[in-house]
Design a protein around this ligand. Structure first.
Ligand code: ZN
Length: 414
């Protein structure tokens, strides 16, 4: 039995006969295609019916091939388990404890074909410190983008994820003065959803002019700005300020969505947070009922966003209660499907749109000339939300990422 791609060398062309291929462009799955690799890049994609053209492809007819995924919103310092003792420990940990667990979470992302994540902040800037350990890049190519500490107003929601500007300091001054090598600025501009008071909106945390100046200060430093915002006004202010992405956006409403479509602001809906939360609550309780309504509301917003042409990137908010690292991606994509996204569109949200948001040097689309980064899962694309649980192969630059990822059951030849 030969491992997939075990004879692949960077200088040697390789070919894969894929049962199905979702290229990440938004198009539907193509059946029975051959993908060829040369020099670490995709050389060609053509129907298998045209013949192998002298190649001896690996037999991947039982698999669906798609681009590696990107989780655009995570908090690596939290596990997402609903264990109060564990959660307290995660909030006040020794750095080595956190680093060990964060590294384990990254392994879980890799196993599920998620090769890049964007961390939305923690009070100790621990994800940023972890990224600094990978300053020269990880050998497996995993990309961690980190916001360091998120900004929130003193006395308002967000202390777990960051810090506040000093007294008498404007947000814009704080953002301009923050010298650490972050990848993006994270600003928290609202509260969170209420499980018992459906639709309750919170005031913006920051003055709109200050917010605008803060975004401009970040952009002057070459840093994109992600804004946590729920409710009409907090989202409207963030959009008027020129932010790069809206995180969550519950109850933002259609006018804001139309603005996002026009400005090409990316939305990261994190709808699965409510599914995760629901799983931690006693069935039939008012809180569970509230979580269910919030989930339905966000799926309905997603359907409107699709109709309006909003660019959506898949982010899970992994680390939130009931939202587990790696595993949560399938839930998020399943919710997009429930909102009417076709399979190809969900993969585009989870790959190309994520790649754009993170500023990756690869497009997240399988096309000739692109880096030969792809993953393979068992079965047809319709089974994707289940099969993503056990990704069968992860390739980067045309090579299997890790031999430990090459599971038995994939053989060369017919
Ligand atoms: Zn978050």
């Amino acid at each position: 039995m030969e491992r997939p791609g075990s004879d692949t060398r960077p200088d040697r062309p390789a070919a894969f006969h894929c049962g199905w291929l979702l290229d990440g462009s938004g198009a539907g799955a193509r059946r029975d295609v051959v993908l060829t690799v040369a020099g670490g890049r995709i050389d060609d994609i053509f129907p298998a019916a045209e013949g192998y053209q002298g190649l001896a492809p690996l037999d991947w007819r039982a698999f669906t091939v798609l681009p590696p995924l990107v989780d655009a919103h995570v908090h690596l310092f939290l596990s997402g388990r609903n264990d109060p003792v564990l959660r307290r420990r995660q909030l006040d940990p020794g750095p080595e404890y956190v680093f060990r667990h964060m590294a384990d979470r990254i392994r879980r992302y890799l196993r599920r074909g998620i090769l890049a994540v964007r961390d939305g902040g923690d009070h100790g800037a621990l994800a940023l410190a972890l990224r600094d350990r990978y300053r020269q890049g990880r050998p497996d190519g995993f990309v961690l983008r980190a916001a360091g500490r998120a900004w929130h107003r003193a006395g308002r929601y967000g202390g777990v994820f960051g810090r506040s500007p000093a007294e008498n300091q404007r947000l814009a001054e704080a953002v301009a003065a923050d010298g650490r090598g972050i990848d993006q600025v994270k600003i928290i501009n609202s509260g969170i959803n209420s499980l018992t008071d459906f639709g309750r909106q919170t005031r913006p945390q920051f003055d709109p002019d200050d917010l605008k100046a803060a975004v401009a200060a970040a952009h002057r430093r070459g840093l994109p700005v992600m804004v946590h915002a729920n409710g009409v006004q907090p989202v409207a202010d963030a959009l008027a300020a020129g932010c790069d992405s809206i995180e969550h956006g519950f109850f933002m409403g259609e006018t804001n969505m139309a603005r996002m479509a026009a400005r090409e602001t990316i939305w990261v809906p994190t709808a699965g947070t409510m599914a995760g939360c629901l799983g931690t609550l006693a069935p039939g309780s008012p809180e569970a009922d509230g979580a269910r309504r919030l989930l339905d509301h966000q799926v309905a917003q997603l359907a409107r966003a699709r109709a309006l042409g909003v660019t959506v990137a898949a982010g899970t908010d992994a680390g939130s209660p009931g939202v587990r690292h790696g595993r949560a991606m399938a839930t998020e994509l399943g919710l997009m499907t429930a909102a009417g996204y076709c399979l190809g569109e969900t993969v585009r949200c989870a790959a190309a749109h994520g790649a754009r948001l993170l500023g990756l040097d690869r497009p997240g689309v399988l096309r000739p000339g692109a880096p030969a980064d792809f993953i393979a899962v068992t079965g047809p694309p319709e089974a994707l939300w289940k099969s993503l649980e056990q990704v069968r192969a992860v390739y980067r630059n045309g090579l299997p990422l890790s031999s430990s990822l090459a599971l038995p059951g994939m053989t060369a030849g017919g």
